[in-house]
Design a protein around this ligand. Structure first.
Ligand code: ATP
Length: 541
């Protein structure tokens, strides 16, 4: 169970910690957290002062109200002065209280005052190159030390900014806080409260589905979407899931660590691979009833590794899986995570995986897995790649989230053997060059896609002649035949020329199959899987 942030802060404060950094842009959440701290504390009063580089010092109210002018005398807001003044005020309070206790005028058990200083968006003032940053750091350090050593001196400094800047001089003193994103039941409550405030009803099914879809977004984003949905249609309905997906797409794009894929491919666009499709049918049922399945005792699926021949539908499967499960498809490009500073790549990987979890349920696609972690285990990899690989593997092993991994690869021999162990992927499938039945289906799919399928076309001979062709080769045959038929139609008197079976056969003659053009590599790939007991994605011929 997640510890509530307000409880955590109260506990820290009792342990005399006083400097905190919360990476967030939303000050209204801070007001709620402090209100909650006040409720949870044993009668202490919380005096809250906010400092903002534009507005200076002001009181924190819920709902949030910024002052109209920068300060009474229009002087530039001065953080150092604000901290010094607050420190002095708290010192006075602490000494007065100590004297009161000594004189028996105040009981030790009487509630105390906790001074909460919220520094909003002060990151620039904390940068080492800022002229005042040394003095500001020293003052913050003074406040932290006073909290530890002076009785009745209780100050919490909460630095709140979307940009994290930790001054090196006080880094050790600062506790980083994670801005929690609401859990399922909290999201339901936000939806409920919103409906009540707007005087609308949202039926239970809709509320449940939306609560699950909203997962990964913060309270501010959720309210924004509810607002948008309500003002768009005067109600909140299942159609508003589109808005949620759009918002999630923004979160992903802004991060730069993952790529959100646009796709329209469905399982019907894939010819053959029936074993793989059947396996995905079961996982689809789990994903579409995720909470129920987990309550029933089903393990959260981890994902699949699909490897095999180039151009035979592996990427197509990643896209169609996301479509089948009704989930966004995000792509992890490990190369993009590599940074130039020590530890940067690992931090990027952590952020990418955390982001995938945050926006889950989703499909996480890792293309060319063998290249992403090239050389790991054989001594040929870069140290950083080995560490990223370890990090990814641990995450895979431990993950209980609804992130479904689809990893695709060509050469299984180039994959670190750890990937092949039980407990990593739920299943590993080998995609071979399509058999006769599959070729028949693939040709038909591509003809239909281009509205050129008709009962006069007979593809039997083409199927026979295309043994060793990949799905991509077959698509090229279809495209070439249609192109040729079009050119011919320009020459016919009525411009009405239908594609024929012969056009397809003619096109096939001009296109070499992958087995011919890359014969050595294809033989190697076939050989590579003989050493492993791996399921075929296709039903046997
Ligand atoms: P690579 O290993 O080179 O990345 P891949 O196995 O991921 O290849 P895809 O990108 O999925 O191959 O396939 C390329 C194109 O070939 C697809 O966009 C699709 O049009 C066609 N294709 C391949 N296999 C099939 C199939 N089984 N059914 C229908 N079309 C297919």
């Amino acid at each position: 169970m997640r510890t509530e942030l307000a409880t955590l802060l109260n506990n820290y404060q009792e342990a005399h910690r006083s400097l905190f950094y919360l990476q967030s842009f939303d000050l209204s959440v801070v007001a709620q957290i402090i209100e909650r701290m006040q409720q949870l504390s044993s009668g202490n009063t919380f005096k809250v002062k906010v400092f903002n580089p534009a507005f200076g010092a002001f009181e924190l109210k819920n709902p949030l109200i910024y002052p109209a002018t920068a300060s009474a005398n229009n002087a530039a807001p001065d953080l150092l002065h604000f901290l010094q003044e607050s420190h002095e005020q708290e010192l006075n309070f602490a000494y007065t209280r100590a004297e009161g206790i000594a004189a028996d005028e105040v009981k030790l058990s009487d509630p105390e005052q906790v001074l909460v200083l919220v520094l909003q968006d002060c990151h620039d003032l904390l940068q080492p190159q800022h002229p005042q940053s040394g003095a500001i750091s020293a003052c913050l350090k003074g406040i932290a030390d006073s909290s530890r050593f002076i009785d009745h001196y209780q100050v919490i400094v909460l630095m709140v900014s979307p940009v994290m800047v930790l001054p090196p001089a006080i880094e050790e003193y600062i506790t980083l806080l994670d801005m929690p994103i609401p859990e399922y039941h909290e999201i339901s409550k936000i939806i409920d409260n919103y409906a009540k405030a707007m005087g609308i009803t949202i039926d239970e099914d809709t509320s449940q589905v939306l609560s699950r879809s909203f997962k990964g977004l913060n309270a501010y984003q959720i309210r924004q979407i509810l607002n948008l949905a309500y003002h768009n249609g005067g109600e909140i309905s299942l159609h508003d899931q589109v808005l949620i997906l759009q918002e999630k797409a923004q979160v992903i794009r802004k991060s730069g660590f993952l790529e959100l894929m646009n796709f329209s491919e469905t399982m019907d666009d894939i010819g053959g691979l029936e074993n793989l499709k059947e396996w995905l049918n079961v996982k689809e049922k789990i994903y579409k009833n995720f909470d129920k399945a987990i309550r029933f005792g089903v393990d959260a699926p981890k994902g699949i590794l699909i490897f095999g021949m180039p151009g035979c539908g592996k990427s197509l499967c990643a896209k169609a899986t996301a479509n089948k499960f009704g989930l966004p498809l995000t792509r992890l490009d490990v190369g993009r995570l590599l940074g130039k500073y020590v530890g940067e790549s690992e931090q990027n990987m952590r952020k990418a995986l955390a982001l995938a979890e945050a926006i889950s349920p989703c499909v996480l696609w890792i293309d060319e897995l063998e290249k992403a972690f090239a050389g790991v285990g054989s001594g040929g990899s870069h140290e950083v790649t080995t560490r990223l690989f370890g990090q990814f593997l641990t995450w895979m092993q431990e993950k209980e989230s609804s992130v479904f991994i689809v990893a695709t690869a060509n050469n299984i021999k180039m994959l670190p053997p750890e990937f092949m162990r039980k407990g990593r992927f739920d299943e590993i499938f080998f995609v071979d060059l399509p058999n006769a039945d599959e070729r028949q289906q693939i040709i038909k799919i591509h003809l239909k896609k281009r509205k050129k399928w008709n009962f006069k076309i007979n593809t039997n001979e083409l199927v026979e002649k295309t043994e060793g062709y990949s799905g991509a080769d077959l698509e090229t045959v279809v495209k070439t035949a249609i192109e040729a038929a079009f050119v011919r139609s320009l020459q016919s008197s009525d411009g009405n020329y239908e594609l024929t079976s012969q056009d397809l056969l003619d096109a096939q003659k001009s296109i070499k199959s992958i087995s011919q053009s890359m014969s050595k590599q294809i033989e190697e790939l076939k050989d590579s899987c003989k050493d492993y007991d791996i399921r075929s994605a296709s039903k046997s011929k």
